[in-house]
Ligand binder design. Structure first.
Ligand SMILES: [Zn+2]
Length: 116
């Protein structure tokens, strides 16, 4: 089961009524990603990754969340902040970049190969 990032972001947006812990605004994805002083370190990391995409030094939230590769980093960032910790039911599966080697153990079928 895969959740589209847009949907994922939309769900986060649904909780934006709460004021952020920093007290400087609502806890919107935009605030968390671009503005919030609580996540400066994580943001550095995030922006480093963004810089490796063709977005470059952009901190344009709309550009970032509509960039397919960058949305991976957005999701990572938001997971790292822990603000999504409550929704453990949501399994976020992002498309592989193709470059990174990923072990797909999950593909193991239902064959009962169990040599005694
Ligand atoms: Zn904040």
């Amino acid at each position: 089961m895969r959740i589209a990032l847009n949907h994922f972001l939309f769900k986060i947006k649904a909780v934006e009524s709460d004021e952020c812990y920093c007290g400087e605004g609502s806890q919107t994805p935009r605030h968390i990603l671009i503005q919030c002083p609580l996540y400066t370190d994580l943001r550095q990391n995030f922006l480093d990754k963004i810089r490796m995409t063709d977005l470059g030094d952009s901190t344009d939230y709309d550009a970032i969340v509509s960039h397919s590769q960058a949305t991976r980093y957005v999701a990572e960032f938001l997971l790292q902040t822990g603000i999504l910790g409550q929704s453990r039911h949501a399994e976020i599966e992002l498309e592989p970049t193709g470059d990174a080697a990923t072990s797909q153990d999950r593909l193991a079928g239902t064959g009962g190969e169990d040599a005694g």
